[in-house]
Ligand binder design. Structure first.
Ligand code: ADP
Ligand code: ASP
Ligand code: MG
Length: 417
């Protein structure tokens, strides 16, 4: 007997039929003798609708009310799945975040889980053989008693955090693809499913845009050494042997992975914006005068490029921010103009970041250089570059994203035969 967390994303619970299908997946594991906690997302499209409603009422709305609204999608699916399970003879109870409780920080809309008490769930496993159906994406800030949400895609994080809290053997993430691929299989049909991916590499893939797992869920998996198994809810429940090895990708520690590749995968993100601050004075303290106000405004700066000044007096500084923070970032820089001292701001929102990830880069030289050559052959202009130990990223025009991803996928030998 084992203990499992099974998480189902939006497309997996998109309608009543899909929820019944999920109930069959859960029943299979319960019948095999496992103790199961399920984490559900809202029906696909629901969270987007709720977010849009908030903005429609008022573009600058209260983040506490935003959380109260967007957390509601998961409440519906948790209740419906509990009913669907009961209908097939499985003892089940739904749980909202505050009922567990899943305690979080008060950073509304991007709260971090601080503590989960798994005692009651475990007690019900033993006393009643009851399945816990938990609303993902949400928690509660204890001091204020307000509902919080964990950022988009946050149900993955709820699932891994609950798995750690109840000391599960594994956290299964059921989604609409049957694993983690070398790149988004919807963009590159030749992408290949990977059997295993190291936490470190998955962390980079996720943070560079592979939305199959929320970044924070991978961090938690790494900290708690919780194996995460990404698999499809579209595989027929009745065809799966609960004791066999179903198709999917295991995210695990590097030691468990025998073969290593120089490049593991390619991720991309179109939600980027570029800001160039022109003719700033080339003197100590200018970078701080730009980036401290941005940090205070809670804006995450990603790529930074500063030119070497030609005349020793002025230079340009270019950086990227998430597209959602673009307007605020520009306002922040404009408000600090007197302090920074610059001639003008140039900016672009039609930019995308393409990242190449692989732990083999630690020991191989020239991996990035190959990419620059291949992109130039395709006439793709690179606006900015960043590198780190196991990845490099290039900023390009959005229009070339797919071409760049496909070019690099082929270049590094990742295409399916
Ligand atoms: P869910 O609603 O189940 O949480 P998401 O839409 O958040 O599902 O994540 C699954 C999607 O992630 C897939 O449909 C796929 O298009 C996308 N994706 C991006 N990069 C990858 C990748 N490297 N491997 C698999 N899927 C990826
Ligand atoms: N429903 C939330 C979202 O769409 C959380 C999730 O699906 O993981 O972001
Ligand atoms: Mg998701």
């Amino acid at each position: 007997m084992g203990r499992l967390v099974m998480k189902f994303g939006g497309t997996s619970v998109a309608n009543i039929d899909r929820i019944r299908n999920v109930a069959q997946h859960v029943k299979r594991e319960v019948d095999a003798g496992h103790e199961v906690a399920v984490v559900v997302s809202a029906m696909s499209g629901k969270t987007n609708e709720l977010v849009a409603w908030c903005s429609e009422v008022s573009p600058m709305h209260d983040a506490r009310e935003y959380d109260a609204i967007v957390a509601s999608g998961e409440l519906v699916t948790a209740g419906l799945l509990a009913i669907a399970l009961q209908a097939v003879g499985i003892q089940a109870r739904s749980w909202q975040g505050w009922q567990i409780p899943i305690k979080t920080s008060d950073a509304h809309a991007s709260a971090r889980i601080e503590e989960i008490d798994g005692k009651e769930i475990i007690k019900r496993f033993t006393e009643r053989k009851e399945v816990a159906v938990i609303a993902g994406f949400q928690g509660i800030h204890e001091q204020t008693g307000r509902v919080t949400t964990l950022g988009r895609g946050g149900s993955d994080t709820s699932a891994v955090a609950i798995a750690a809290a109840i000391k599960a053997d594994r956290c299964d993430i059921y989604t609409d693809v049957d694993g983690v691929y070398t790149t988004d299989p919807r963009v590159v049909p030749k992408a290949q499913r990977m059997n295993k991916v190291a936490f470190e590499e998955m962390l980079e893939l996720a943070s560079q845009g592979a939305k199959v797992l929320q970044v924070r869920s991978v961090e938690l998996g790494m900290v708690h050494n919780m194996p995460i198994f990404v698999r499809s809810s579209f595989d027929k429940p009745e065809d799966i042997d609960p004791h066999g090895t179903p198709p999917g990708t295991l995210i695990c520690s590097e030691e468990e992975i025998m073969e290593s590749h120089v490049v593991t995968g390619i991720a991309f993100s179109k939600d980027e914006a570029q800001i160039s601050v022109r003719q700033i004075e080339d003197k100590p303290g200018v970078a701080a005068s730009i980036f401290v106000p941005l940090a205070e405004a809670n804006i995450n700066v990603d790529m930074i490029v500063q030119n070497v000044s030609e005349d020793g007096k002025t230079t340009d500084l270019t950086f990227t921010v998430p597209a959602t923070d673009y307007a605020r970032a520009k306002e922040t820089i404009t408000a600090a103009k007197a302090k920074i001292g610059y001639a003008r701001i140039d900016s672009a929102t039609d930019v995308a970041k393409v990242s190449v990830i692989g732990s083999g880069m630690r020991s191989h030289a020239g991996v990035a250089a190959q990419a620059f050559a291949a992109l130039s052959e395709r006439q793709i202009n690179i606006r900015a570059i960043t590198t780190s130990e196991i990845k490099f990223s290039v900023l390009i025009d959005t229009a070339y994203t797919e071409l760049a991803v496909r070019t690099l996928h082929t270049l590094y030998g990742l295409d399916k035969a």
